[in-house]
Design a protein around this ligand. Structure first.
Ligand SMILES: Cc1ncc(COP(=O)(O)O)c(C=O)c1O
Length: 371
């Protein structure tokens, strides 16, 4: 029996073969420092990165490729957005459904008495109400930070409406798209989001070690770089360049991962996000039906068409870790148990005190026969 991987919310597996081929090509045949050398191989490699940036911009509906900043993962993108933007005296509105990669940078700033944070609540299905976000806004709200879909319940949040509230108030709207990029269409030409943080290795199907941050035109004037260093440009100046993407991309890139991401984005373009969304919604429905019919299993969160392919379950009397262990040892079903780095989400759905849930998450390569 071969393993059944249902941990795509952590990182997607498998990746398209073209991704492995591109990583291998970089490692074996290219191997250069990107954006630095002027010799032919370096220029050719840089062209792949430029193409990758363009593909990412096209995928998100960004105004131009330089609006896409390459980072090292979703957490890195969120840290750049949060630490780069906030200043002492600012107020932030976020939600209890956030991942620790939003909660912890905010907590760090709170503990240093730099910012105040309000947390919009969520209902038992993990849904945040637009009115609660509106009620939390203050005159000095600088940032509204909301996860597009929960990594615990899969619940898709009403980010269009929340974005309008932020826009009316003149606050920056940060969307954590770690669980949605590559799974659902995201179009920043329609969506009032100013910053969109993505992991490159989850739904975008790239290798581990890469992430993206979309920055709306004008926001860069308010967003400091949080890491300064060599960019391969303006080397005569010891100040960080202001031009994009260099302002936020100091130090050597993760070349293998960017080559892989370029291939992954081509795959997504060819297969189509809408087709992937449909595939995953169907699998999620099938999974929820099957689990829901099984005596003793409690399935959390909303209907399949209101979530991404993330399903949290619990069985009365079983610790999540034990249940996940049984699934792994007896059936080679790989899931993730516990609090999933999102303690507030578990409090909202009532699973915090029992040690969380077992999370099953499907991906573009999960098939109906796996379930
Ligand atoms: C909702 C959410 N935000 C952010 C992250 C962080 O992404 P990364 O693991 O790429 O740093 C994750 C990853 O699990 C996530 O699920």
């Amino acid at each position: 029996m071969s393993r059944i991987y249902l941990d795509n919310a952590a990182t997607s597996f498998p990746k398209p073969d073209s991704v492995h081929a591109a990583v291998d090509r970089f490692n074996r045949q290219v191997g250069v420092s990107l954006g630095r050398g002027a010799y032919r191989d370096a220029m050719d490699a840089q062209a792949v990165v430029t193409r990758c940036r363009k593909r990412a911009a096209d995928l998100l509906g960004a105004e131009s490729p330089d609006r896409i900043i390459f980072t090292f993962n979703g957490t890195d993108s969120l840290n750049l957005a949060i630490h780069g933007l906030l200043q002492p005296g600012d107020h932030v509105v976020t939600t209890v459904m956030e991942h620790n990669s939003v909660l912890r940078p905010l907590r760090d700033l709170r503990d240093r008495q730099q910012v105040e944070v309000s947390y919009a609540p969520a209902d038992a299905e993990g849904r945040v109400a637009v009115d609660d976000v509106r009620a939390a806004m203050r005159d000095n709200t600088k940032l509204v930070a909301v996860t597009h879909a929960s990594n615990v319940t899969g619940t898709i949040q009403p980010i269009e409406d929340i974005g309008e509230i932020a826009r009316e108030a003149g606050a920056v709207f940060l969307v954590d798209a770690a669980q949605t990029a590559g799974h659902l269409p995201i179009d920043v030409s329609q969506l009032p989001a100013d910053l969109v943080a993505c992991a490159g290795h989850k739904g975008l199907l790239g290798p581990l070690g890469v992430g993206l941050l979309y920055i709306r035109p004008g926001i860069e004037a308010r967003l400091r770089s949080i890491r300064q260093g060599g960019t391969g440009s303006k080397s005569e100046d010891d100040r960080q360049p202001e031009s994009l993407p260099d302002k936020y991309e100091s130090g050597n890139h993760n070349g293998p991962a960017l080559f892989g991401l370029d291939a992954a984005l081509q795959y997504l373009d060819e297969r189509g996000i809408a087709a992937i969304q449909q595939h995953e919604e169907q699998l999620t429905g099938q999974l929820m039906d099957m689990l829901g019919k099984t005596r003793g299993i409690h399935v959390y969160g909303p209907a399949a068409n209101q979530r991404v392919g993330v399903v949290s379950v619990a069985i009365n009397g079983f610790e999540p870790q034990i249940l996940a262990g049984i699934l792994d040892e007896n059936f080679e079903v790989q899931t993730r148990a516990g609090l999933h780095c999102a303690p507030g989400a578990h409090r909202a759905i009532g699973t915090f005190d029992q040690g969380g849930t077992v999370r099953l998450s499907v991906g573009p390569f999960t098939s109906t026969t796996d379930l």
